[in-house]
Design a protein around this ligand. Structure first.
Ligand SMILES: *[C@@H]1O[C@H](CO)[C@@H](O)[C@H](O)[C@H]1NC(C)=O
Ligand SMILES: *[C@@H]1O[C@H](CO)[C@@H](O)[C@H](O)[C@H]1NC(C)=O
Ligand SMILES: *[C@@H]1O[C@H](CO)[C@@H](O)[C@H](O)[C@H]1NC(C)=O
Ligand SMILES: *[C@@H]1O[C@H](CO)[C@@H](O)[C@H](O)[C@H]1NC(C)=O
Ligand SMILES: *[C@@H]1O[C@H](CO)[C@@H](O)[C@H](O)[C@H]1NC(C)=O
Length: 232
């Protein structure tokens, strides 16, 4: 019975937390920028790739209020004129939509799986380089427009510059990992010291209590044996 009540209260807390955070998101978005739908191309909105390779242009959408007949497209900025790459209407979440494709060597790979509307560019050429916009419009939101921009840079070989970038990123990641490990070590060490101190305290307590109630030497042996199994 106590286990059940703890579980259900945890579940309710979790539900409330999520509901509140989603509501807050919607409120904040509607107050700040009147956006409930969000299109995202990920944390790194650009990619450098070699000609002839195949690349993914990532894009996902998110909406607190849910979607219904969400219109989305990908557009390519060709010297200022927006060219449609593909477009579709997603009836509801989780449905794989029929996507109309206007450009060569393009595939819709997101399949609306977990709100994924990413596309694949096959055998990229230098002309494929540039700005791609992932655009979305949710009729539930009075047809407001939302978009995110992804840049594709096509090179004939990966140059020194992005090597240094890779090194910088790698060392930053390495540094972060080292910091984390250091932190964990420090935490473990602190815990270790605390445990030791606690053990010492317990030992002291047991010893003193052993001294207090002198029970035919049994308590003394108890005091000796008690801390030993705790040591690893
Ligand atoms: C990429 O472009 C370079 C320079 O134009 C060319 O030599 C190379 O063959 C191309 N690679 C592919 C895979 O198309
Ligand atoms: C885009 O502009 C570049 C130079 O600014 C030009 O060489 C190219 O032909 C233009 N492309 C199109 C499709 O108009
Ligand atoms: C979206 O789908 C593509 C292709 O399947 C995949 O590479 C990418 O990781 C997915 N993105 C997310 C955020 O799930
Ligand atoms: C991509 O290039 C490979 C050879 O490099 C070729 O076999 C393939 O048919 C090309 N795919 C498309 C979609 O052009
Ligand atoms: C949304 O985008 C469409 C083009 O797709 C445009 O005609 C319309 O004016 C835009 N609406 C707003 C509110 O920006």
């Amino acid at each position: 019975m106590p286990g059940f009540s703890t579980n259900s209260s945890l579940g309710i807390t979790w539900l409330m937390k999520n509901t509140i955070s989603c509501l807050l998101n919607c409120v904040i978005f509607s107050v700040w920028s009147a956006q409930a739908l969000e299109m995202s191309v990920g944390k790194i909105p650009f990619l450098q790739a070699v000609n002839g390779s195949t690349v993914t242009l990532p894009c996902t959408y998110a909406s607190c209020i849910g979607i219904e007949n969400l219109y989305f497209n990908w557009q390519f900025n060709d010297n200022g004129t927006m060219q449609k790459v593909c477009e579709s209407v997603i009836p509801s979440e989780g449905v794989v939509p029929d996507v109309t494709i206007f450009r060569e060597r393009v595939e819709f790979v997101g399949k609306n799986h977990q709100n994924n509307v990413s596309i694949l560019l096959l055998n990229i050429t230098f002309e494929d380089g540039g700005q791609y916009t992932c655009f979305g419009r949710n009729p539930k939101e009075h047809h407001k427009n939302h978009s995110a921009i992804f840049n594709l840079i096509v090179v004939d070989e990966l140059r020194e510059v992005d090597n240094t970038l890779t090194i910088i990123i790698a060392s930053a990641v390495g540094g972060a990992i080292a910091l984390l490990m250091g932190f964990m070590l420090l935490k473990n060490f602190t815990l270790f010291v605390l445990t030791k101190l606690e053990e010492k305290n317990k030992e002291c307590l047991v010893t003193s209590s052993g001294i207090d109630n002198t029970e035919n030497g049994l308590s003394g042996s108890k005091a000796d044996s008690k801390p030993t199994p705790k040591k690893k």
